[in-house]
Design a protein. Structure first.
Length: 598
């Protein structure tokens, strides 16, 4: 949770699995061999060459290396209080490239190295500390250079004093530092500071203590207070908007299309009249699952994005205790959870009806009597690992279709009713594992209790509110006080003295209003990042529900395949494995890209 998504390891694992299920047939099937070459080309020319890069920049003692280590999850960057590099140090991690560059104030020749490397960066982390480096004007001159180069900048304030997550007063001090950072950015000519730039406060020292802590409870406390999770989420959400991740998403989509061809070409080898209708039902299930996942992704993103835009107004209209504000946020999250459950339940009902129709059609196609083992072996043809003979067993397609039909009837009967509206109370019960009745019986109950629940209560609600609530106070507008009122208040008729008092009051009011606007904008940013994270979590939960559903439908086929022997059994198992791999590729693509509207 506290590191960037490890997509590279997963991609390599999937590639290896595809080969394990296809290579044995490629020698005897030219089409499958060509599919394998196409897959290898996508990996070699698109996936392996495209590495999203995070460039880390800032003053030399602000904690750049410490933050790099926490993003990597291990101590690889050298931590020191003096400049240790005159070059760009690159750290490879699970498909990402993290670049540690010579910092602000480095010799001019070193600055040139940084400027030259800047064009490779997808996202730039501009690191300053809360203990003084944020005051230095050269920081902001360099920051403007990076902004002018068109790069996305995330400002990272390393809380070396460990103030974050402690007292309300410490929260106010950190908020004042962020306000001054925004002011300094404006003074050097950086435009649209509040709208375009996000400032994240992290405590790299606490993050390291949490990473090394063996006691799970203490580990969680340190990591929560370090705020490294928010930084990782902000980086991930910004990377998803870059060209590098767009290329990755399109490459994985192309892999899915190659897998479609592999499944078709391998399925053609199992051309038995009894087995083919069964395979068609499973293919229909796979295609419909993919369609539902894509449609649900768009639906979830729209719901979450709308919530993210609405939350700031709702929070500002409830300027009470943290408990009151959290109740408002939880209620909104509950509404999204409710909508997602309703939509998924509706789509699963439709999917079940469609599959039942497929099963009925398949049963009509299976008109021939049950085939014995030798007939099945002959229909499969000579396979590369032997002569295709099957000593015993038979594939009873009619029985398989009956089993699938029974499963579908049971699923249809047990699909929960569309749940009543989820409230903050029932959501809280559901997340803590104590819910009963309709909520507990919901189609995504296990996913909600785990993935969604932990994300909502662990990161998306509680943590992001802590530094915000203490500084959200009543709005104070710039004021102009009439002279007669001032004269009555001060008991004087000294025009210069009155004017000084007016100026002082207006200056104070302007500062308060500026602080309020800055807090409001920061809250808006945090709500939107939170909504994006929540969207990812809901999409993952829906994927889990669809996977569980698909496994239930495929169970009768897998059970029947286990009764087969030799080449026939192996081919059926490989076909189903490829279908599952296609779903896994789709889930990975969903996790690193934005959904495309239907």
């Amino acid at each position: 949770m506290y590191q960037l998504k490890d997509f590279r390891t997963k991609l390599e694992e999937l590639h290896t699995e595809v080969h394990a299920h296809v290579d044995g047939y490629a020698a005897a099937n030219r089409l499958l061999a060509d599919d394998g070459k196409r897959l290898a080309a996508i990996y070699e020319h698109d996936l392996y060459k495209e590495k999203p890069e995070i460039m880390v920049y800032g003053i030399y003692n602000a904690g750049k290396s410490s933050i790099i280590n926490e993003l990597l999850g291990e101590d690889r960057a050298k931590v020191a209080d003096v400049p240790t590099t005159d070059r760009v140090d690159l750290y490879e991690w699970n498909g990402y490239r993290i670049a540690d560059t010579p910092g602000v104030g480095a010799p001019i020749q070193h600055e040139k190295v940084t400027q030259e490397h800047l064009k490779n960066a997808d996202v730039v982390l501009f690191v300053m500390s809360t203990t003084g480096s944020n005051e230095r004007s050269q920081n902001y001159v360099r920051m403007k250079d990076i902004a002018d180069a068109g790069k996305k900048i995330i400002i990272v304030l390393n809380d070396k004093d460990g103030k974050s997550g402690t007292t309300d007063e410490a929260a106010r001090e950190l908020q004042e530092i962020k306000r001054k950072v925004a002011q300094n950015m404006k003074q050097v000519g950086i435009a649209n500071v509040e709208e375009k730039y996000v400032i994240v406060v992290v405590d790299a020292k606490r993050a390291r203590r949490g990473r090394l802590e063996t006691n799970e409870k203490k580990k969680q406390v340190f990591l929560d207070k370090s705020n490294i999770a928010e930084l990782a989420n902000v980086i991930m959400q910004e990377l998803k908007r870059t060209n590098a991740f767009d290329v990755l998403g399109r490459s994985i989509y192309n892999i899915e299309r190659v897998l479609d061809d592999m499944i078709a070409h391998l399925g053609a080898m199992a051309n038995d009249a009894q087995a083919k209708p069964v395979q068609e039902v499973l293919d229909g299930l796979r295609r419909r699952r993919q369609s539902i996942q894509e449609e649900m992704n768009v639906y979830i993103e729209r719901k979450a994005e709308r919530m993210g835009y609405q939350l700031p107004d709702l929070i500002f209209s409830h300027k009470g205790s943290q408990e009151e504000v959290q109740s408002v946020v939880t209620e909104q999250v509950a509404a999204v959870a409710d909508a997602v459950q309703r939509e998924l339940t509706r789509k699963l009902r439709e999917l079940t009806e469609d599959l039942m129709q497929d099963v009925r059609e398949a049963q009509v196609k299976i008109a021939a009597p049950q085939v014995d083992a030798s007939d099945l072996a002959a229909s499969l043809g000579k396979l590369p690992d032997g002569d295709g003979a099957v000593e015993e067993g038979a594939f009873d397609a009619g029985e398989v279709m009956k089993d699938i039909g029974d499963v579908l009837e049971k699923v249809k009967a047990n699909l929960p009713p569309i749940p009543e509206k989820i409230t903050s109370k029932t959501l809280g019960n559901m997340l803590s594992g104590t819910a009963t009745g309709q909520v507990a019986d919901a189609i995504v109950k296990s996913a909600v209790k785990t993935s969604i629940g932990k994300a909502v209560m662990g990161t998306a609600v509680g943590k992001f509110l802590a530094p915000i609530v203490p500084v959200v106070g009543p709005a104070i507008s710039v004021i102009t006080i009439a002279w007669p009122i001032l004269k009555g208040i001060f008991g004087k008729d000294d025009s210069e003295d009155i004017q000084r008092q007016v100026d002082a009051l207006n200056a104070q009011a302007r500062a308060q209003e500026e602080a309020r606007q800055q807090v409001r904008q920061e809250l808006t940013q945090k709500c939107r990042y939170m909504a994006a994270e929540l969207s990812d979590t809901f999409k993952e939960a829906v994927g889990m529900a669809l996977q569980d559903y698909g496994e239930a439908i495929a169970a009768p086929v897998k059970a029947q395949a286990e009764k087969m022997e030799g080449a026939a059994k192996e081919l059926q198992a490989d076909l189903m494995a490829l279908q599952d791999l296609g779903n896994q590729y789709e889930a990975l693509r969903t996790s690193i890209t934005q959904a495309q509207p239907a």
